[in-house]
Structures are given as C-alpha cells and as structure tokens.
Write a protein that binds this ligand. Sequence first.
Ligand code: BV8
Ligand code: ZN
Length: 261
Amino acid sequence: MELRKLLGDRVVERLASSQRFAALTGAGVSAESGVATFRDPNGLWAQFRPEELASMEGFLSNPERVWQWYQYRRHVIERVRPNPAHRALAELETLVPEMTLITQNVDRLHQRAGSTRVLELHGNLEENHCADCGLPYCDRISDESPPRCPACGGLVRPSVVWFGEMLPADVLQEAERTARRAEVFLVVGTSAEVYPAAALPFLAWQHGATIIEVNPTPTPVSAIAHASIREKAGSALPALVELIAAVRTTDGMGQTTLRRR
Ligand code: BV8
Ligand code: ZN
C-alpha cells in the first residue's frame, strides 16, 4: 500500500507541520548493516541468555567469555557500514527544526551515518572502563581476556549498560524530556521489551505525540502507534523521510505548510 495512504491524512499533516521530531531505535535499525539483533530467531540471545553475557554477574563469573563476546561484536561493527535507515534518520535532521535520536544500540552507526544529536541509552562498544574504580581504559586490549586497570588492578569492562545497571542518569533524563516534548515520535527496530527505554514511546504518546512504528513485526508499541509500517527500516525510513521532505514546504516566514498533491 502507498505510504501516504498507510499513514493517513492526519499523520501526514503532523509530519508536515510539526517542529519537534524524535526517534527511538533498537537493534533492528542495524540489522540490514549485518549486525545481529538480540531477540530475532538467529539473534545474539538465541545462543545465550542475556543475563549470562550482558550483566555484571555474568561478567564476574566468566570475564573471559563476556569479554570475548564483546570483542566479537566490536570486530563485527568494525567491518559493517551504516545502512539507508541510519542515513535517512541523519537526513531528517536537515529537514525539521528539531530532531533527536534516542538509541539503545551501542554500535555508533547513527553517528557514522551523520546524526549529530544522539542519546545513547545503553552506552557504546567503543569505550572501556574499570569495573572497580570506573577509570576509563584507553590502552591496548586483546581478544582473549579483559585487561587490568593500571590504577587499581580491577577488571576492565566494556562501557555498555548491562541488565540490572542504571542507565546514565543525564542521558535518560534528556531522553524523557525529549519524549515529553516530541510532536512526532518514531519507534524503529526495537522489540520494546527492555526498560526503561521501552517506556519512552508511551511517555511521548501520553504527551500527545504522533507515534509511527517501523518494524516488520508487531510489538507492545503497536497498540499505541498512529501508524505501523510493517517493513524493514532500510526501505521504510528512506521512503518516510522522502515523504516528509515532499510535504514540508516552508514559505518565506519559515512556516511549514502541507503541500497538497
Ligand atoms: C535497569 C547491553 C534499573 C549492551 C542491554 C530484574 C533485575 C534488574 C532489572 C530488571 C529485572 N527485570 C526487569 C528489569 C529491567 C531490565 C529489563 O527491562 N529487562 C527486560 C528484558 C524485561 N532493564 C534493565 O536491567 C535496565 N536497567 O532497569 O536499571 C535497575 C537497577 C537495578 C535493579 C533493578 C532495576 C538495563 C537495560 C539495558 C540492558 N542492556 N544491552 C549490549 O550488550 O548491547 S539490553 C539489549 O536489549 C540491547 O541493549 C538492546 O538494545 C536492547 C533492546 O533490544 P532491541 O534493540 O529492541 O533488539 P531486539 O533484538 O530485542 O529487537 C529487534 C527488533 O527489530 C525486533 O522487534 C525485530 O522485529 C525488529 N527488526 C528486525 N529486523 C529489522 C527490524 N526492524 C526494522 N528493520 C529491520 N530490518
Ligand atoms: Zn580501576
């Protein structure tokens, strides 16, 4: 079905006239770059339980295994490139007055695609720090086992947020503020199972945002979505951003008006 028809006039009107856009992305937005998701049938969690690998308990009980898993993921990320979904979200920044990207992903593909306003809820795969004293670790690392902190001898860990760990308070606060203020809130490639990230679309909805979901399969967000695009992000997002560009014409006063066909 044609995108404009699928979205409906009300949603298209909102895309044409809104000033404040936001997006929450998950592993699905990087899937077409060749990065495995977590909960899809062949996803990362298919072979392991999340708590075993993405938790402090899992790390302390088997530091080498967890370290090697993250080294494997880092090497995957080194070899992949942003896909058209990442690029479309970066382009959206140039089309609307305010665009904030809130991501659960740790692969930094949004930044590599050119997005400049990115809130990383779950940290990133590029950095490491000492699990004991928190000192950032920027020295050489091996694939086999975690290095030791030069200051206190503690184990060095990836700077991602594990299960049972608080999200960076300033980032979460900014993400919640963004969700409350958003007029259009895209939810792209996330199973919306992990909290507190998954609460953000509901917060935006409670504050009157138009929710557009991009995911081949339904999620808990589908119940509140004003439109659900059941397609892969790599094709759906370029089409959505193209539509936004087409319907937003700004007259001399910078006012956006809905351009009739
Ligand atoms: C917290 C680490 C407060 C980095 C991740 C018991 C004890 C403690 C906490 C809890 C508990 N029970 C519940 C909780 C809360 C817990 C939680 O929510 N658990 C869930 C599973 C029930 N949350 C936490 O622990 C959070 N912290 O609550 O702190 C606290 C503190 C102490 C004590 C109590 C509370 C921390 C959450 C962060 C965890 N870290 N990762 C890393 O290794 O990557 S979570 C992990 O899941 C990833 O970060 C990932 O980003 C995140 C969400 O997954 P998705 O991104 O959605 O990916 P998924 O595979 O699930 O879905 C992909 C989707 O894409 C699918 O819908 C698919 O259809 C779609 N898709 C596929 N292909 C495409 C596509 N879409 C579009 N296009 C495509 N081509
Ligand atoms: Zn230390």
